[in-house]
Design a protein around this ligand. Sequence first.
Ligand SMILES: CC(C)(COP(=O)(O)OP(=O)(O)OC[C@H]1O[C@@H](n2cnc3c(N)ncnc32)[C@H](O)[C@@H]1OP(=O)(O)O)[C@@H](O)C(=O)NCCC(=O)NCCS
Length: 245
Amino acid sequence: MLGLGTLTRVSRELREDLTAAQDRDPAARDVGRVEILLTYGGVQALLSHRVAHVMHDAGVPFAPRLLAAATRTITGVEIHPAARIGRGPLIDHGTGVVIGETAEIGDNVTLYQEVTLGGTGFQRGKRHPTVGDDVVVGSGAKLLGPIEVGDRAKIGANSVVIHDVPAAATVVGNPGHPVRVDGERPSGPDADWAHLPDPVADAIRGLANRVGELEELVAELTGRKPEGAEVRELPNRRGPDSVGG
Ligand SMILES: CC(C)(COP(=O)(O)OP(=O)(O)OC[C@H]1O[C@@H](n2cnc3c(N)ncnc32)[C@H](O)[C@@H]1OP(=O)(O)O)[C@@H](O)C(=O)NCCC(=O)NCCS
């Protein structure tokens, strides 16, 4: 089970995990690798998972789950020993991340805190997501069921994703829907899911127009100039950098 080859692989994976933290967490760029190992719960959880996964694959009973449970207590990250995680992952901040038994994660994937790769019911077999390479999953996002997330996709913070995600798509909302594919807005009659009708705002706008008409009528009758009724759109506030810790 724990032959030289396995030890070499796990130590290589640890080195790649540390490099991923330095490369993809701006706060870790000037932090030494030992300090990252001692202080980054996500990196510790991944190292522990590598060991638990080796034991799980070798058929060791109980110990892998015990290790996963202890790791959850210490780091707040719960990864089932059977979950498959590729090279160079980053679990940034860590706390609240849950990765289910049949989840599969490609290379260079970034998960932020509170991400769930979970199932949707009590069925057995493959029931957790398969996540491609170079995917970013924003904080609080829930990816549920045996869905496939294509390479280079970005999942917005707090999204709930229950359908497959195309490669290079940006998916946001609940239920998650693509708002960009390869940087372009999806086209087609029903593709603009990001701008859903807002009946409350429409009703207020209608009332404001009606008040405006009535004011003009009163002004005509009384000769007093009305003050304009104005409905202001909510500003679209965007931060400078949409992905980053
Ligand atoms: C999804 C995300 C990656 C989008 O990045 P992007 O590809 O640069 O896309 P944009 O910022 O151009 O956003 C595309 C559209 O989705 C909307 N959007 C972005 N993130 C969203 C979110 N989490 N929820 C809802 N809508 C979102 C934007 O307002 C924009 O809408 P528009 O089409 O009306 O302009 C990013 O917004 C995000 O959520 N990153 C996660 C970051 C995170 O979790 N950080 C934790 C650090 S501790």
